[in-house]
Design a binder for this molecule. Structure first.
Ligand code: ZN
Length: 441
């Protein structure tokens, strides 16, 4: 992987402290470290499920650290933590936020989410020690239960904040290992059931910048050190039921069969070809045949899922249409044919991030690594920024992680990549704040 050090002179004149960032990041991972894979202290994964005792410890540490910098800390009814540093204008406008999450998957890594929050802390530390003040208020958000691993709803509390998920529904989510424990009871147990309603109206944000590891191999393969994320791809989850007829495999000639497993297999293969034709993704994650299937019987029914993704909603729709057309042909191809039904389970439109935020990140990346060091990229995964973008100017910064591995203990991001991402975050926030101030005169 290409290593890029931060230039000596940065556009803001500020330079984040790479070793402090690295040490702080791994210091916080003592709460939840597990799944050791190497000899070095930091060579473990993480299991810091949301609102676990370790999550509560890192939250208290986070509140202490931001308070040392002079931040006011507010907690809303979903336990989202907002750390806010006054700007020099002393305006009442909502703060420019840097947000991500401190919770992890049960077999997660040390960088997913954590880098975004600890990097944001390093940005504030750097500003503070240099006596640098933004025009508007600036701050950090630690979003609760981004992973949805313990309470099964991902991007849970940014979703509530955005008004996409009712607070009650989120509160009532149950611990997947203990049905007696709810998200709300854990918020209460740890003292993180705040008083502010969780909403973009009760605690509005002026902007949301999120630094995150890419969680894919695109930057590494392209030899780029910064990804300017222009949005998140749209996706649709379809569910198919293919119906045929049980038949004896020895006495029923091909011409007399209705074989749904043969048809479904061809459909999966066809969806792959259609997706490739449009530069999209199509994947089957679940394929089910009846439990009582047997070796010498053609099965009666098959269900399977199809997950279609692309940055443009129209392409997602076209891939779906083309798949349906080819599935209809496949259903007639063999023997006496099969029938199929389908439904849409999830339709998540593509998200376009905010132009001015993207411009701030592009300008910052250009200043730090030059035109050949960064690229525009679309997020393949969901992030809290997808929800914040519904109500405030939002964009994201990606840094490469080793071989694109994430949601796994060996997830790794080099100290240089962490630092460069954090410096980009700092420059972007400063650039955005200055452009805003210039516009408002
Ligand atoms: Zn994440």
């Amino acid at each position: 992987m290409r290593l890029t050090n931060i230039p000596k002179v940065t556009p803001s004149g500020l330079k984040i402290n790479q070793s402090r960032l690295w040490e702080t990041l791994h210091e916080t991972c003592k709460w939840g470290a597990s799944h050791r894979w190497g000899k070095e202290t930091h060579e473990t994964g993480m299991a810091r499920l949301t609102l676990s005792d370790n999550d509560a410890r890192v939250r208290r540490w986070f509140a202490d650290e931001v308070q040392k910098l002079g931040c006011a800390v507010s907690v809303d009814q979903m336990g989202n933590m907002f750390a806010r540093l006054k700007g020099k204008r002393n305006s009442s406008r909502p703060m420019i936020a840097m947000g991500s999450h401190l919770d992890t998957q049960p077999r997660g890594g040390r960088y997913d989410g954590i880098l975004g929050v600890v990097g944001a802390l390093e940005v504030l530390r750097t500003m503070k020690e240099n006596g640098f003040r933004t025009h508007d208020d600036v701050g950090i958000v630690n979003w609760t239960n981004e992973e949805g691993a313990r309470f099964p709803k991902s991007m849970c509390s940014s979703g509530v904040w955005a008004g996409a998920i009712p607070t009650e529904d989120a509160w009532n989510l149950r611990d997947i290992h203990d049905q007696n424990v709810t998200l709300k009871s854990e918020l209460e147990r740890h003292g993180y059931l705040g008083e502010i309603p969780c909403s973009h109206e009760a605690y509005p944000l002026g902007a949301h910048f999120e630094l995150h590891i890419e969680q894919g191999p695109i930057l590494q393969d392209a030899g780029r050190s910064i990804g300017v994320v222009s949005g998140a791809q749209g996706y649709r989850w379809l569910n198919f039921t293919v119906t045929g007829q049980d038949a004896h495999t020895g006495t029923t000639p091909f011409s007399a069969r209705r074989d749904p497993l043969l048809a479904a297999s061809k459909m999966v293969v066809a969806s792959n070809a259609v997706a490739k034709r449009y530069g999209a993704l199509a994947s089957t994650g679940i394929l089910k045949i009846p439990d009582n299937s047997s070796t010498n019987t053609v099965v009666s029914e098959v269900t399977f899922t199809l997950d279609i993704r692309h940055p443009e909603d129209e392409v997602v729709k076209t891939v779906q249409d083309e798949c349906l057309k080819s599935f209809a042909d496949i259903a007639q191809e063999d023997g006496k044919g099969v029938s199929f039904d389908w439904r849409i389970d999830t339709d998540s439109p593509a998200v376009k991030f905010y132009k001015d935020c993207i411009t701030s990140i592009q300008t910052s990346a250009e200043g730090l690594v030059g035109a050949r060091g960064w690229m525009d990229i679309t997020s393949g995964a969901g992030h809290d920024s997808v929800y914040t973008s519904r109500h405030c100017p939002t964009a994201m910064i990606f840094v490469p992680c080793r071989d694109g591995v994430s949601h796994h203990p060996t997830e790794y991001c080099t100290p240089e990549a962490c630092a460069l991402g954090t410096q980009t975050l700092l420059e972007s926030v400063v650039h955005y704040d200055q452009s805003l101030a210039a516009k408002q005169g």
